[in-house]
Design a protein around this ligand. Sequence first.
Ligand SMILES: Cc1cc2nc3c(=O)[nH]c(=O)nc-3n(C[C@H](O)[C@H](O)[C@H](O)COP(=O)(O)O)c2cc1C
Length: 322
Amino acid sequence: MRTRLTDILDIEHPVMLAGMGGVSYSDLVVAVSEAGGFGCLGASTMSDDELDAEMADVRSRTDKPYGVDLLTAAGDQTAKVERIIAAGATVYVAGLGVPREVIDLCHAKGVLVMNMCGKVRHAVDAVEAGCDIVVAQGTEAGGHTGRIATNTLVPLIVDAVGDRVPVVAAGGIFDGRGLASALTLGADGIWVGTRFIATPEAHTVEGYKEKLVAMAEDDTTVSRAYTGKTCRVVRNRYTEEFEAAGGQAEPFPMQYIKSVQDGANHLGAEGRPEGFDPDKEFWPAGQGAGGIQDLVPAAELVERFVAEAEQALARAQGAVTA
Ligand SMILES: Cc1cc2nc3c(=O)[nH]c(=O)nc-3n(C[C@H](O)[C@H](O)[C@H](O)COP(=O)(O)O)c2cc1C
């Protein structure tokens, strides 16, 4: 399925794996890129050595394009971006803020810059600063999120910047109907997080994937409990106690450190770490978790997204009576 996005990224299908910190490691990235989508490492929780090892692993297993996502809010990213460029990633994705200081550096080396946006103003700022692709991420999304719904945000961002750069829709997309919907709203593809956690390839602690299969669409909450910023997560005892105590958080990243010290945050770990309690864990998840019924290999998910979108687009045409 070709679009403006597949052309600029040099991939086959307009399906991007979100660069989820703690979850999108090399196994998942390789599976998605090899299937013709776009794999993206979530490096926000990785040390430099870990990032280097993950990028080397991706490159040893696929020649296909892939990206790396970092949290811009974590300060000047120049040194990390230099590592990304040296390792052969083709896209740098900036979460939480426009990465002004590295855009020229990326362009000089032929690396595209993509920015996460939760408001129209973020997208305009990103494009004016020189970003090549924007993600319109609606509030339904897992992880750090804003207040505007995907169905509203995507066409507004398409209107504001879609004539200049490809727009990618994110937030609550769990099957091919979401891809079809994104395309009809004027987007050029999708950026999917939560659905890809429920795959054998995702890097998680015990129970996270199974929780996503079991939960309903209203089992998430937007909380500052784990990072200090508004983050959509699985609602649990830790988030309920945080709200009951008044919901006062330290600024980012102090609250992140606090949740680690509380034994509630093992994002980036696997298995069953010491002190692990599933009812306290930092499990970012979007409302689309309500639509996840089973664990599916990531490559199969990419194929399903495309096939279901084609069906949904044909169905939509057939639904219109003369
Ligand atoms: C576990 C998890 C970790 C995430 N970490 C990051 C991150 O480090 N950087 C970022 O830009 N977005 C991050 N996000 C947000 C995703 O990039 C993406 O926008 C979101 O998952 C899309 O919505 P969906 O989960 O409904 O598919 C994360 C999301 C999840 C679920």
